[in-house]
Design a protein around this ligand. Sequence first.
Ligand SMILES: Nc1ncnc2c1ncn2[C@@H]1O[C@H](COP(=O)(O)OP(=O)(O)OP(=O)(O)O)[C@@H](O)[C@H]1O
Length: 231
Amino acid sequence: MDTGKEIVRFENAGLSYEGAPETLSDISLSLSEGEFRFLTGPSGAGKTSLLKMIYLAHRPTRGRFFLFGEDAMAAPREALPALRRRIGVVFQEFRLLDHLTAFENVALPMKVAGVNQNQYREDVSELLNWVGLGHRMDAKPPTLSGGEKQRVALARSLVSKPDLILADEPTGNVDPAMSERIMKLFVELNKLGASVIVATHDLHLVQSIGKPVLRINDGGVSHSAGAGGAS
Ligand SMILES: Nc1ncnc2c1ncn2[C@@H]1O[C@H](COP(=O)(O)OP(=O)(O)OP(=O)(O)O)[C@@H](O)[C@H]1O
């Protein structure tokens, strides 16, 4: 579904880390409401850096960047949390709270937002079931495997039904069957209206899902359409 409303727009954006040569030097791209893109490219090309720019964790060092139609480079610091709240991020660092159960970790964003538990209990259970952890809802993170923790973090980042989902190697620690299941979850959420960007090295997965690909290389980004376009 592409309703045309622009969610992300970069115009000739660049990023350099503290005086180092530019990691990203010429990023121009646009993502509209309801679009799904894979993000591929060699290790170190800047996929995570690009996702972090979108999440407003890194500021482009040049060029222009618009998020949800707002000029993110000009937005005052106080405006950033509201923009970030519309984004669900699935990054490599899980940052689960060890003293809370899997259920409580996933529920936390809703609880913090002051939502009544009756309104999110089912969503939390459904998400944990989807990622294969229905039987571990009461487990605490120290007793979970790396892949299980990753799936709890995944469920937590999706529970608030974000408008934009950014996932960085979301299937890095799971087996092929679970990878497929997680990708299907993104596809389902995309059908419900979320825009999605998934960074991955798994070209088999890219081809099986058949969504357009953004490829980062040499500081820039190239676009290709659909299955088979990942190389
Ligand atoms: N916080 C940072 N400070 C300095 N340099 C950084 C920082 N984060 C990333 N880099 C550098 O920026 C480049 C791009 O890194 P990034 O993690 O964005 O690549 P990637 O495409 O996601 O790689 P991979 O596929 O291996 O995860 C690398 O050379 C990396 O060393």
